[in-house]
Design a protein. Structure first.
Length: 124
């Protein structure tokens, strides 16, 4: 994905069932500005860790919803008609088909829940 977009996106599932996921250790090891790692699969969905700072591009997912949950920092989601601000403990669902642009004005840690087949950079 780094050929087209300046993001580090790892779609491999890092942890299987009955394994402990050490999120603080993964966050501490992250040196990238926009990092996305699939942590585990739960039924037909995946849980992804994002360690982000800066802007993502405008995009949408035609067939999948996305759930964002902020662990630390501040996460902004630009929509066509408004901006949503999320701080630790807050979550938000972007429904399928909705154009959005995620942003983080500072290093921010998020968890995402989405279908395993979603293309993180959006549908064309």
């Amino acid at each position: 994905m780094t050929d087209t977009f300046p993001y580090v996106t790892n779609l491999n599932i890092q942890h299987g069932p009955l394994e402990v996921v050490d999120v603080p250790a993964l966050v501490a090891a992250c040196k990238d500005r926009w990092y996305n790692q699939t942590l585990c699969q739960v039924n037909g969905s995946v849980v992804r860790l994002g360690v982000v700072e800066g802007e993502y591009h405008w995009h949408k997912h035609d067939d999948e919803d996305e759930f964002f949950y902020v662990v630390e920092g501040k996460f902004l989601i630009d929509l066509e008609d408004r901006m949503v601000e999320l701080t630790p403990g807050l979550g938000f669902v972007v429904p399928k088909g909705v154009q959005h642009r995620p942003r983080a004005p500072q290093r921010t840690v998020i968890l995402m829940v989405e279908t395993a087949g979603i293309v993180p950079t959006g549908d064309k």
